[in-house]
Design a protein around this ligand. Structure first.
Ligand SMILES: N[C@@H](CCC[C@H](N)C(=O)O)C(=O)O
Length: 259
């Protein structure tokens, strides 16, 4: 069977996009998704995203990690699927769509997509790190210099260690560069490697930085290996609401592959 796919990237976090409104794609085939995401034997990507019909919203997002398994929410993938829905003519410049963690609102202008993320109120604060769920689970640890870290090695130790073990967590290493700017490098669960950016990860970093008083700002600029992202929110007590992740989401190429 021939599969038509589209390739998108958001700050270097790259995804295979498939228009699955006819539900033709065999999404329980973990080996197939893993192979399509493989950078040597397939198209190559950090994840695969299916765009499907939704009963009440413009569309539904189904996200699979590069290991072939269904993931939790993907912030950069969420931004990319908005650009993809626009390319397909499903939406214009604003949309509401369903994802694994619920309803998301988004707007797009000149390839910059602003995506509303879930509200956050439960943040575990430890002396070495914070842990919070921004649609995906994130371990956030601050350090003096992110360039000095072996992210794949150190990230894997944390991801597979206590208290996460098999379920795992995504792991973010963070360097503060000013009151509202941070550099972030992320080890992604399901990719089992460092990626060039992680949207739910930088969202977790911005909220954790505010919660632990590393910033007093509610609009935070974050530099990742693949570019720059912005996170903004409203904070009242322990509640973080109106959380937005903003940055570029770009079409790269499309093609057909035999599966
Ligand atoms: N790249 C993503 C995060 C994807 C989710 C993650 N790998 C998981 O399932 O834990 C992002 O941009 O948020």
């Amino acid at each position: 069977m021939k599969l038509h796919f589209y390739k998108y990237q958001g700050t270097g976090n790259d995804f295979i996009m498939i228009d699955n409104r006819s539900l033709f794609f065999p999404k329980s085939n973990v080996g197939l998704i893993e192979k399509l995401c493989n950078r040597r034997f397939g198209i190559g990507a950090d994840g695969l995203i299916l765009l499907e019909n939704s009963e009440k919203q413009d569309f539904k997002m189904m996200y699979y990690n590069a290991d072939g398994n269904e993931g939790s929410m993907c912030g950069n993938g969420g931004r990319c699927i908005v650009a993809f829905a626009k390319q397909l003519g499903i939406i214009k410049n604003e949309t509401s769509f369903d994802a694994i963690d619920g309803l998301h609102f988004a707007s797009v202008k000149n390839e910059i997509v602003s995506l509303k993320m879930i509200d956050v109120s439960d943040i575990v604060e430890e002396s070495t790190h914070s842990f919070l769920n921004t649609g995906s689970p994130h371990h956030v640890t601050f350090c003096n210099s992110v360039s000095a870290i072996n992210v794949k090695e150190e990230g894997a130790k944390i991801r597979y260690g206590a208290p996460y073990f098999k379920t795992g967590a995504n792991v973010n290493f963070v360097e503060k560069t000013s009151n509202n700017t941070f550099k972030v490098r992320t080890y992604e669960r399901g990719v089992e490697d460092e990626t060039l950016a992680c949207g739910t990860g930088v969202t977790a970093v911005a909220i954790a930085a505010h919660k632990t008083l590393k910033t007093t700002k509610s609009t935070i600029e974050i530099e990742v290996l693949g570019g720059n992202l912005e996170v903004s929110f409203k904070n009242e007590g322990k509640n973080y609401t109106n959380v937005f992740l903003k940055g570029p989401a770009q079409f790269v190429f499309e093609g057909t592959i035999e599966i």
